[in-house]
Design a protein around this ligand. Structure first.
Ligand code: 3PG
Length: 229
C-alpha cells in the first residue's frame, strides 16, 4: 500500500513556494557571512533563502538565520539523507529540499509531516512522487533546453504538479520558466556569487538581488496583465 503525504504538509509547501517567485540557493561556509547575506536578501525583498548542506557550517548557518532573522523563511537544500533531514528540521528549517529523492527520504517526510520539496528530473520520477501525493517538486537540473521542454511536457500529462526548477537558471532564461503554468517559482545561486562573498562585497550582492527581483516582478506583472486581458 502506498502511504500518501498528508495534506497539511503539502499545503505548507504550497504556501511557502507561493511566498516568492524566486528562491536564492546559497552556500554559506563561514558563519560570519550569514548576517550580511541574509540582510542583503531581505533588503531586496527576498523573503526566503535556501541554505545548501554543502559545507560543514551549513547546519549552524541554518540555526543562526532561523534564530536571528525570523522574518525570512529558511529552507534547507541539498538534503541527501534521512539523518540530514532530521538535522535540518532540528535546526529549525521550515522547508526541506532535495535535488532528487529516495524512498527513505519520502517515507520519513511523509511519516513525520515534514514540509518537503523532493526533486525530480524525469517523467517517471514526477509520476512516482505524484502517486505519493507530492504535487510540488523541485525540477533539477533544469537549466537546459531539455529541462524546459520536459517541464512543459509534464504539464500536458500531469497539470496538477507544480515545479520549482533550479540548476542552470539565469536571468537570461528565467522568464522561459516563469512563463510555464506549471512553474510555481524558480531557484538559483546567481544572486550570491562566491567571488563577491570572498571579498565581502555585500553591496554587490544587494545590487544583484535587487536587479533580480525587479526583473522577476516585471515578468510576473506582465503575465498577470496578459491573463487579465
Ligand atoms: C540547486 O541546488 O538548486 C542548484 O545547485 C542551484 O543551481 P545553480 O547553481 O545552477 O543556480
Amino acid at each position: 500500500m502506498i502511504v500518501l503525504v498528508d495534506l497539511d504538509s503539502q499545503k505548507s509547501v504550497r504556501e511557502l513556494l507561493a511566498f516568492s517567485p524566486f528562491i536564492p540557493v546559497v552556500s554559506i561556509s563561514n558563519i560570519n557571512n550569514a548576517s550580511p547575506i541574509t540582510e542583503a536578501l531581505l533588503e531586496a525583498d527576498i523573503g526566503i533563502i535556501e541554505v545548501t548542506l554543502r559545507n560543514e557550517a551549513a547546519l549552524k548557518v541554518i540555526q543562526y538565520i532561523v534564530s536571528h532573522y525570523p522574518e525570512i523563511i529558511v529552507a534547507a537544500g541539498t538534503v541527501l539523507s534521512v539523518s540530514q533531514m532530521a538535522e535540518v528540521v532540528d535546526a529549525g528549517a521550515q522547508l526541506v529540499i532535495s535535488p532528487g529523492h529516495t524512498d527513505d527520504l519520502i517515507h520519513t517526510a511523509t511519516n513525520n509531516s515534514i514540509a518537503y520539496l523532493p526533486g525530480s528530473s524525469t517523467v517517471a520520477e514526477v509520476m512516482k512522487l505524484r502517486e505519493r501525493g507530492y504535487l510540488h517538486q523541485k525540477f533539477y537540473p533544469a537549466g537546459t533546453q531539455q529541462g524546459l521542454s520536459q517541464i512543459k511536457a509534464c504539464g500536458a500529462v500531469m497539470p496538477d504538479v507544480q515545479f520549482c526548477p533550479t540548476g542552470g537558471i539565469t536571468l537570461e532564461n528565467v522568464q522561459d520558466y516563469l512563463d510555464l503554468d506549471n512553474v510555481a517559482c524558480v531557484g538559483g545561486s546567481w544572486v550570491v556569487p562566491p567571488d563577491l562573498v570572498a571579498v565581502e562585497n555585500w553591496a554587490g550582492i544587494l545590487e544583484i538581488a535587487q536587479q533580480t527581483m525587479a526583473y522577476i516582478d516585471r515578468q510576473v506583472d506582465a503575465e498577470t496583465e496578459t491573463a487579465i486581458i
